[in-house]
Unconditional design. Structure first.
Length: 304
């Protein structure tokens, strides 16, 4: 009997690790999508990457993880012989930034001021040594920066807090394409990095500002396939519904377990997560922790 139980448990573990392995394998695979002769999107291998070929160089948004990102320079060389001269990091997470170090020192690296601070404070073991040290953001912004790159007018904008407190989006005005970083992930449960100032409550307002940027025709999410405005609106609606339901339950003194049972987000059951990283249950827990922390803080300071 015990042997059968152990065998059954072993089979279950193999199935679980098999599913996890397949999902991570898919997460790391790359695909190059051509927008036009000068603009490409390389999905997977970490965060989705935008590649813009200018007159004298190449601009890259979010050059992925360090190791999977090593394939990206080869992909770029298959498109153009021009060097990478400008890198934009939408936030500090490794799957969007570690790939900076795969390019020679000297590129302009643009990011929010808080992103550089998070890289050193939360990922210093990687960034405080070469070659990463020379690829840290060296052109920082607080609210917005505009630049001309080849035929494209680019706006790098901090629309507010959400995934972290240093998120930026990158708007390619001529092409009407917006790279959202992880402020929007397509068909995937979001991650609220509260240690880095992330907030579900303010995320909805930040997405409203994102949706108000220009006459955008196409959205490049931080992860997932290229998207439409309707996809971004649905993701925003998920966050708004999540926050409002948890907020209502917390206002009645519900415990986390009670909130987990009460919240109904069945309309978004098609969203996917990475095992042990993000799920609907984890989203509920993160929002619950954020709201209860705020209520406790308000009580201590005498706020209503």
């Amino acid at each position: 009997m015990a042997r059968r139980i152990l065998m059954g448990f072993g089979v279950l573990l193999l199935l679980v690790f098999g599913v996890v392995g397949v999902r991570f394998w898919r997460f790391l695979q790359t695909e190059t999508v051509k927008i036009d002769d000068r603009f490409y999107v390389v999905t997977g291998g970490g965060g989705n990457t935008a590649v813009l070929i200018g007159d004298d160089g190449v601009l890259v948004v979010d050059p992925k993880f360090w190791s999977p990102g090593r394939r990206l320079p080869t992909i770029i060389r298959s498109l153009t012989a021009k060097p990478v001269t400008t890198i934009i990091n939408t936030h500090y997470h490794a799957d969007h930034t570690h790939g900076n170090a795969n390019y020679p020192a000297g590129a302009e690296v643009i990011a929010h001021r808080r992103t550089r601070a998070h890289l050193l404070a939360r990922d210093g073991g990687f960034w405080e040594v070469e070659p990463a040290w020379s690829s840290l953001p060296n052109a920082q912004l607080d609210d917005e920066r505009q630049l001309q790159f080849g035929d494209e007018s680019i706006r790098v904008i901090h629309p507010g807090r959400g995934h972290t407190d240093g998120d930026v989006v990158v708007y390619f005005s001529r092409r009407r394409v917006l790279h959202t970083g992880d402020l929007f992930v397509h068909g995937i449960y979001p991650v609220v990095d509260r240690r880095a100032g992330g907030t579900a409550r303010e995320w909805v307002e930040s997405l409203d500002r994102v949706l108000g940027l220009g006459d955008t025709e196409r959205y490049i999410p931080g992860h997932g396939s290229l998207a439409t405005r309707a996809d971004v609106e649905r993701f925003r609606d998920y966050l708004r519904d999540l926050v409002s339901q948890v907020e209502r339950a917390v206002s009645h003194g519900a415990s986390l377990a009670e909130v987990q049972r009460a919240v109904d987000l069945g309309a978004f059951a098609d969203f996917q997560g990475l095992p042990f990283l993000n799920s609907q249950a984890q989203n509920v827990r993160w929002v619950y922790e954020e709201l209860t922390h705020l209520r406790a803080h308000d009580g201590e300071t005498g706020k209503d």
